[in-house]
Design a protein around this ligand. Structure first.
Ligand code: SAH
Length: 216
């Protein structure tokens, strides 16, 4: 499937809707206006790609609602070239948005099929992202420290291993709660052993698995 003028128009409408919903970061809005979301969802759902809805991807997972992607991206306080680690590659739409925002993106996925498909999709669209098939609840030691960490699955708590992979001044954006409801939380590393956290509105994500995820 190609990217057409019709898709571009639909994206502009989505951007207007996100502005009305309170998204102000121009870097985020520009990226949403550019990334062809219809190429990240399953064929039958492509027609709904520019509605403000979460949609199913393979393996029982979902691509987050555009507002959620925009809200999390905005909370990162992105600056050009910032190094960001995403936990939960999924369709790789969020990773593509971070790329378009001018960030250096690292992304981990625990499911092999999703990881492989994300890899192909990003290559086809010429997005450069370092992808890793692993349990992201323990982070990715190799490239730490990160300026930002973005968790796109529901977490029962804030894993210490992830906090420790933030650079000083770095921020982690993570939905924390039970399986039904999570509050978007921003954790900032102020000094080696000092963190502050701020809580925002509630969302519903698919559960984080792995060592620090939900057990059942
Ligand atoms: N950011 C994605 C949506 C994520 S859905 C997008 O833009 O499409 C959450 C994803 O997190 C799922 O693909 C799920 O397989 C993955 N996931 C769950 N637990 C994980 C873990 N411990 N490490 C890495 N990925 C995980």
């Amino acid at each position: 499937m190609k990217d057409t003028y019709k898709h571009k128009g639909q994206r502009q409408r989505l951007v207007s809707l996100l502005i009305k919903a309170g998204i102000t970061d121009t870097r985020v809005l520009k990226a949403i206006g550019k990334v062809p979301r219809h190429l990240f969802v399953e064929g039958v759902f492509a027609d709904a790609a520019y509605e403000n809805k979460a949609l199913p991807i393979k393996e029982g997972q979902t691509i987050s609602q555009p507002f959620t992607v925009a809200f999390q991206s905005q909370l990162l306080g992105a600056k050009p070239n910032m190094k960001v680690l995403e936990i939960g590659t999924g369709s790789a739409y969020q990773a593509a948005i971070l790329c378009e925002m001018g960030l250096r993106v690292f992304s981990i996925e625990i499911n092999e099929q999703l990881h492989q498909e994300a890899k192909l999709r990003l290559e086809n669209l010429s997005y450069e992202v370092q992808l890793h098939l692993a349990d992201g609840s323990i982070g990715w030691q190799r490239y730490q420290p990160y300026d930002a960490i973005l968790v796109t699955a529901a977490s029962p708590n804030i894993p210490l291993s992830l906090k420790r992979q933030l650079g000083i001044g770095g921020k982690m954006v993570i939905p924390v709660g039970n399986k039904e409801l999570q509050y978007m939380t921003v954790v900032t590393r102020l000094a080696k052993n000092e963190y502050k956290s701020q809580t925002h509105q509630a969302f519903k994500f698919v559960p984080l698995r792995g060592k620090h995820g939900f057990k059942t």
